[in-house]
Design a binder for this molecule. Structure first.
Ligand SMILES: Cc1ncc(COP(=O)(O)O)c(C=O)c1O
Ligand SMILES: N[C@@H](CCOP(=O)(O)O)C(=O)O
Length: 463
């Protein structure tokens, strides 16, 4: 199994090299050369399996000979052992035929733990075998950073630097990133918003001297392994609702497009997904692009769903690559237009291909609050603002004949202010995190400036 770049000008790589190198050398994102198929009989055989067994069967064909079956199975077991729910990704029925897939039972209470806990294991195994070390730099609007720090804290072979937008993450998210005391993890608050952090990260990858000098690696959804691990819960959810003998739809609170792209891979593998619905907050570039064909940034407006305050949606590039018939040159041209002019127009053919695969909707701030309040008043569920955006869009768009699964992407206690404002109830953190507000924070402030950030990283990495 090899992986190719969405911009068509970087060498194809194995799973291991794709995972350890992050962004392709031509600035593109890696995708599988061909998507492995899972026939209906194999999907049916997932019924009754544990989450870990399902994960093994779904991901195995993508991994090639990077890990033996025994090792890969053991790493999956270790990855999910610390989750706070036996089912790992349980479902609750919010309304008849409308389900919430709870993806917040991992150590940092967000869906990122599903991939990050696994790639922490995969990195450690691969780096130990190769006798190498890496420097991970990540950009976060709150959840990726805390999940990465949790997954890699204390690892000898890895230094981790997480860039987050100063003042634009929740207090719980910030404390999750700034309170771990291990010397290999660094939370860096930069001026600007998430798109700035992600742009600086991509700039670092484009600087070959820096990239090779610090042996740069990525754990954002730039990294194919992140997307792969997120494919699994589409299978576990759909199978528990009757797939492959019944179609299921999903609504996905979306920012950087990694999670919904994982759903699209599940569909390409053969999972009978009827509709994949993109749900955005007021930073609605994806919804606008799906409606008009014009993908244009308008600045990031802070919202009560800060993890989705994103305009340059990195993984949309992977969807465009498919929509343009895997024409890397066409994608490279669009990405150049985005960088130089702040946007691009999607061709009619590509737009039709995108619309065949994805639907979309948005929720304003008021609609998000109202969805939190409704879920609590009608169903007794406390939901986070990101999940609420999914619920609002799903309620509008769902076909009552097909079960709809909305991804519950974070625990409500990560965003207590928004939940309290909507319901009057302040959700509590789980007992194991009860001392989060007593721990000392280590915060580094830095300008939104490439060379200042590179200097900071070079000063702090351990050799
Ligand atoms: C809680 C939460 N919901 C939704 C999203 C959006 O997911 P994606 O960036 O994969 O589209 C994020 C951030 O990624 C998030 O942290
Ligand atoms: N919402 C994310 C943004 C980064 O997304 P990723 O999936 O590319 O890591 C966050 O919480 O940081």
């Amino acid at each position: 199994m090899n992986y190719v770049s969405t911009r068509g000008r970087a060498p194809a790589l194995s799973f291991e090299d794709t995972m350890l190198s992050g962004l392709a050398r031509d600035g593109g994102l890696y995708v599988p050369e061909t998507v492995p198929q899972m026939p209906a009989a194999e999907i049916r055989a997932l019924h009754g399996l544990s989450y870990e067994e399902t994960a093994f069967r779904v991901m195995r064909p993508f991994v090639g000979d990077t890990f033996s079956d025994g090792t890969f199975g053991d790493l999956i077991e270790k990855a999910y052992a610390g989750f706070g729910h036996g089912a790992r990704a349980p479902m609750v029925e919010l309304a008849p035929g409308h389900f919430l897939l709870e993806l917040f039972h991992g150590p940092t209470l967000a869906f990122k733990d599903f991939a990050m806990q696994l790639i922490g294991q995969l990195f450690e195994e691969a780096l130990t075998r190769r006798g190498e070390r890496v420097t991970i730099v990540g950009a976060t609007s709150g959840d990726t950073g805390s999940a990465a720090i949790e997954a890699f804290r204390g690892l000898d072979a890895v230094d981790v630097f997480i860039l987050y937008p100063h003042g634009r993450v929740s207090e719980v998210q910030r404390r999750q990133m700034t309170t771990p005391s291990e010397a290999n993890v660094h939370a860096v608050a930069i001026d600007g918003h998430f798109d700035d952090a992600q742009a600086r990260l991509k700039d670092m990858f484009a600087d070959d001297t820096f990239r090779d000098g610090v042996r740069l690696a990525a754990v954002n959804s730039i990294n194919w392994a992140r997307v792969l691990a997120q494919v699994v819960y589409y299978f576990s959810a759909a199978v528990s609702l009757g797939a492959p003998d019944r179609k299921v739809s999903f609504t996905v609170p979306t920012g950087n497009f990694g999670d919904i792209f994982a759903g699209s891979i599940a569909k390409s593998m053969g999972l009978p997904i009827e509709r994949l619905v993109i749900a955005t907050n007021q930073n609605d570039i994806l919804d606008r692009a799906m409606r008009s064909g014009d993908y244009r940034t308008e600045g990031v407006a802070p919202s009560i769903s800060p993890s989705m305050d994103i305009q340059v949606s990195s993984n949309f590039e992977r969807a465009l690559f498919d929509a343009y018939g895997r024409d890397g040159a066409a994608v490279a041209q669009l990405m150049d237009e985005l960088k130089s002019g702040g946007g691009f127009h999607v061709s009619q053919g590509a737009l039709e291909a995108l619309r065949e695969r994805f639907d979309s909707g948005r929720a304003s701030e008021e609609e998000t609050s109202a969805a939190i309040a409704r879920a609590h008043a009608e169903m007794g569920e406390l939901i986070c603002p990101h999940t609420a955006i999914g619920v609002k869009v799903a309620e509008e768009q769902r076909d009552p004949a097909v079960p709809m699964v909305t991804l519950a992407t974070a625990h409500p206690a990560k965003f207590p202010d928004a939940v309290e404002a909507a319901t009057g109830i302040r959700p509590a953190l789980p007992e194991r995190m009860a001392n989060l507000f007593d721990l000392e924070e280590r915060i580094t402030r830095a300008p939104n400036d490439l060379s200042a950030l590179q200097d900071l990283i070079q000063e702090r990495i351990r050799t």
